[in-house]
Design a protein around this ligand. Structure first.
Ligand SMILES: Cc1cc2nc3c(=O)[nH]c(=O)nc-3n(C[C@H](O)[C@H](O)[C@H](O)COP(=O)(O)OP(=O)(O)OC[C@H]3O[C@@H](n4cnc5c(N)ncnc54)[C@H](O)[C@@H]3O)c2cc1C
Length: 447
């Protein structure tokens, strides 16, 4: 029999169609095929089980990813993070003055994912299709069953200025260094190169990231200048009426250790900033500076606004629009917001985010495992701050939270503090700092 060219074409077309049909029946294989060019699916393998996508590999997201997989082993957990490497904010004040090295602060996302059996996906989340449960990212779309947004904070310069040029100059020339990375490097260089004069720092109002950190930073940098015998003064312009946490410990350290180095100005809300003349004005005074780091108010990470899940809270603008008991986004109970982007008045700190991440994971796992809804559990704030570096002396707070029905807010419940930095107590307190950080890194990344 003669086989024509047309017959060959017909045969191959039928064969191709048959092959496609076989492939589309094998759903496991299909799910894991590299997506055809037309679709914009992210190239992530799909394993069986409901998919939980966590955006943000910070203190909260790392905890949610680890514990969701632990509590619901069948879940397909994907952590989406825009950075390739984790850098810790806690202990970065020590790094600024060379008390710990960068290696101590930096960690490996791939190791975290391998050790805890989830997928790390390096991409920036760019939007959320809430109706169809799809996360859009710079590297493609990710369908989800549950989504956790843990993008941390953004700076909110709007309390100081609506001039974009000034805002950009503040961001670039005088960064706050309350988000890890280049800002910290710039600040470290400023501190190292400072030849004397006035170094200005600020403490914002609202519920800002890490209440004690600006006071800790002022103390440590003052100690560093003191060791270098620099003729230097740190002016700490504090928008709040008083030191916001561990007041006794910080006040006594500033008064007794840094009398000649730190000027603390409370109730000092900034009214104008002139970067050319290097002058800052408050309602009552004006301050000249030689160098500075401006820490503005904070708000929730930009992604919340892009995704349409941001709302002004009692404390800050544009934080997570969630049910404060369940962490579920209003109207979208399969989306959660966790970490510093939350609207509750918890301390915006690492330990709070870590323990809260466990609570959020427990809630998602209960839904996946079809278990009863868990009771509300308090996050736990543990925070040890250094007040000096030579020698290292510290003060600490440990607190849980309770809901005040009358005020309709959470506040500290049964806080335990040790604000004695003098003598052996202060040295012992300081020893906890590195130990605490190491145990948290081990939680997230494994050994
Ligand atoms: C100087 C300093 C000292 C501190 N000291 C302490 C301390 O001693 N103890 C303590 O408990 N806490 C401390 N903190 C506070 C602690 O660092 C924060 O509270 C904690 O990091 C909050 O965790 P988070 O997960 O909410 O945010 P983050 O840790 O900031 O993580 C957010 C993550 O989301 C990612 N992300 C954001 N948007 C996107 C997007 N669109 N797509 C993908 N990824 C995205 C970011 O890259 C980031 O990795 C300190 C903070 C600072 C700045």
């Amino acid at each position: 029999m003669k086989i024509s060219r047309r017959d060959v074409l017909k045969f191959t077309t039928t064969l191709t169609a048959a092959l496609f049909a076989t492939q589309s029946n094998a759903s496991d294989t299909k799910d894991n095929m590299r997506p055809a060019k037309k679709t914009n699916l992210a190239p992530i393998q799909k394993i069986k089980g409901p998919r939980v996508v966590v955006v943000g590999g910070g203190w909260s997201g790392l905890s949610v990813a680890k514990y969701t997989k632990l509590f619901a082993p069948l879940a397909d957990v994907v952590l989406v993070e825009q950075k390739e490497i984790f850098i810790s904010c806690p202990l970065s004040n020590q790094w600024l003055i060379d008390k710990v090295d960068l290696e101590f602060l930096t960690h490996d996302y791939l190791k975290a994912a391998r050790n805890h059996n989830y997928t790390y996906f390096h991409a920036t989340a760019t939007g959320v299709d809430k109706e169809n449960s799809i996360l859009h990212t710079s590297e493609g779309d990710i369908p989800y069953d549950y989504l956790v947004l843990a993008p941390g904070i953004e700076y909110d310069y709007s309390y100081w200025t609506d001039d974009i040029v000034l805002e950009n100059r503040l961001r670039q020339e005088y960064p706050a260094a309350f988000r890890p990375g280049s800002e910290h490097m710039t600040l470290k260089e400023k501190i190292k190169n400072f030849k004397g004069g006035t170094f200005l720092m600020t403490v914002p109002g609202g519920n800002y990231r890490c209440l004690p950190a600006p006071y800790e930073r002022a103390c440590l940098v003052a100690d560093y200048f003191k060791q270098k015998k620099l003729k230097a003064k740190i002016i700490l312009l504090d928008e709040n009426n008083d030191i916001t946490i561990k007041e006794h410990g910080f006040h006594t350290a500033i008064d007794e250790l840094y009398k000649d180095y730190i000027v603390l100005e409370s109730s000092a809300a900034i009214e104008s900033i002139d970067l050319d003349k290097k002058i800052v004005k408050t309602e009552f005074d004006e301050y000249r500076f030689d160098d500075a780091s401006f820490y503005p108010h904070v708000r929730g990470g930009k992604l919340l606004e892009i995704a349409g899940v941001a709302k002004d809270s009692v404390y800050n603008r544009l934080e997570g629009d969630i049910d404060v008991e369940t962490y579920e986004v209003h109207g979208h109970p399969n989306i959660y917001i966790s970490g510093d982007a939350r609207p509750m008045g918890f301390s915006k700190s690492g330990n709070t985010s870590l323990t809260e991440g466990q609570n959020v994971a427990r809630r998602i796992a209960a839904k996946i495992n079809r278990q009863p809804k868990p009771q509300w559990t308090t996050p736990i704030t543990i925070c040890v701050s250094a007040v000096s570096a030579y020698p290292q002396r510290g003060i600490f707070i440990h607190s849980e939270y309770a809901y005040d029905k009358e005020k309709q807010r959470f506040s500290f419940a049964t806080p335990v503090t040790n604000e004695i930095w003098k003598g052996e107590t202060g040295i012992k307190n300081a020893k906890m700092i590195e130990g605490w950080a190491k145990s948290c890194y081990q939680e997230f990344f494994g050994k």
